[in-house]
Design a protein around this ligand. Structure first.
Ligand SMILES: Cc1ncc(COP(=O)(O)O)c(C=O)c1O
Length: 417
């Protein structure tokens, strides 16, 4: 009997109607690899900042797909762009051209003030591509001896799940059991310029860091850190590669978190929100002296630069271009952080973050991050725990002030002691 056959038996169908959540979580538990531990919420519909589960309960989405849904669920401009493109052409592979790729690359280059774009799909692919480009630049432009290139990364960082990337992760869950790993990475503490300076060697080709560490719990580096990274990179002729997959495209109230610190990286890695929450679209963005090292046959992806993703990406760029969404995120972010600051000492140990992005450290006497996330879900607010004691709040940038108040009030009630 297939799962579909099982469902149509009268008993299963009636149970499913009575308890659709159990039905769906049961299927996932049985047939999906157990590589996640999701909250027991099964979403069937979503719009803007709200999702509705299979039993009709509504929740305010304060995670927003880890920033992939910066513009909310099913933003009308993005859905319209996807529909229009679905009627025309969806995939060509890069064996041929398509009429969305060129405009997408030109518009994204223009938005970031860089010369070239390498379109990929997931964030991890953007990071992998950035690593390859930095190494090749090291050999061809900087003159590092073959196979000696090194890249400096930060402890507690998160850049994705490929074997190369988890190889330089400091999270035992992320790397345990997946070796052997790719050599050539040096890990230093995040925010520590002295450690970074000491790690630089003549073979160093890049420093790869998140401008704000998202998965680590929205960790904002000390003032001057990113400028210090820039200076070190300039002094030692090293590429500054900023992983803006989660921090970029509006989350902080700025187009790029690196630029908000007054710093321009050599290479930007984008993902998540670039695909508008509709499909995966990532990119490496840099000047021609860096991305120009790639020549035909040396890198690629069947889906990278596909016309459907590029059409959605162009609509995302249009939303970012007018600046209104960024201004809104700055204003609402200030309000969110004001309100969260009021919880410190009342079940909250501390709050970090910027813009519509907050890491809330829950007082362990109240419970851990998971327990708080579950209790908040029961009150109709979706957030996600990280690193045990922290709850991450990152609502879509289309959230209203009243909705933010609702979320913070619910959090306050949940952790009240
Ligand atoms: C900073 C950063 N880089 C890379 C990634 C990987 O992106 P993806 O899950 O799309 O591969 C993530 C995902 O959370 C991220 O936060």
């Amino acid at each position: 009997m297939t799962p579909a056959d099982a469902f149509v038996t009268a008993e299963a169908a009636s149970n499913a109607v009575q308890n659709a959540t159990d039905f769906h979580t049961g299927l996932v538990a049985e047939y999906s690899a157990h590589n996640y531990h999701p909250l027991p919420v099964v979403v069937a519909h979503a719009e803007g900042a709200w999702v509705t589960d299979v039993e009709g309960r509504r929740y305010l989405d304060c995670l927003a797909g880890y920033s992939a849904l910066n513009f909310g669920h099913r933003h009308p401009d993005l859905v319209a762009a996807a529909h229009r493109q679905l009627e025309r052409v969806t995939l060509t592979s890069r064996a041929f051209g398509n009429d969305q790729l060129g405009p997408f690359c030109a518009e994204l280059s223009g938005l970031l003030g860089k010369q070239m774009v390498l379109p990929m799909n997931t964030g991890a692919e953007a990071v992998e591509s950035g690593i390859k480009v930095a190494r090749k630049w090291g050999y061809e432009v900087k003159g590092v001896a073959a196979d000696r290139a090194r890249i400096i990364v930060a402890a507690e960082g998160f850049h994705g799940r490929t074997t190369t990337i988890v190889g330089f992760s400091t999270d035992p869950d992320a790397r345990g059991g997946f070796g052997p790993f790719t050599p050539g990475f040096d890990v230093v503490p995040y925010g520590d310029l002295t450690a970074l300076r000491e790690a630089v060697t003549p073979d160093t080709v890049a420093v790869l860091v998140e401008p704000i560490q998202g998965e680590a719990g929205v960790v904002v580096p000390p003032a001057g850190y990113l400028a210090g990274v820039r200076e070190l990179c300039d002094t030692h002729r090293v590429l500054f590669v900023a992983d803006e997959v989660q921090a970029g495209l509006g989350r902080t109230g700025h187009l790029l978190a690196t630029r908000a610190a007054g710093v321009d990286a050599d290479v930007y890695l984008l993902g998540k929100a670039l695909g508008g929450g509709i499909l995966p679209l990532s990119a490496v963005v840099a000047d021609a002296d860096v991305l120009g090292v790639l020549r035909p046959g040396q890198h690629g992806s069947t889906f990278g630069g596909n016309p459907l993703a590029c059409a959605v990406g162009r609509a995302v760029i249009r939303l970012l271009e007018d600046g209104e969404v960024l201004e809104r995120a700055r204003d609402l972010g200030a309000h969110l952080h004001d309100r969260l600051a009021g919880l410190v000492g009342h079940g909250v140990r501390g709050v970090r973050g910027v813009g519509l992005w907050a890491g809330v450290d829950v007082d362990p006497r109240v419970g851990d991050g998971r327990a708080v996330s579950e209790a908040l879900a029961a009150r109709g607010v979706l957030v996600k725990d990280t690193h045990g004691a922290t709850v991450r709040i990152s609502p879509p940038l289309v959230v209203t002030r009243e909705e933010l108040d609702l979320a913070v009030d619910a959090l306050g009630d949940t952790i009240k002691r």
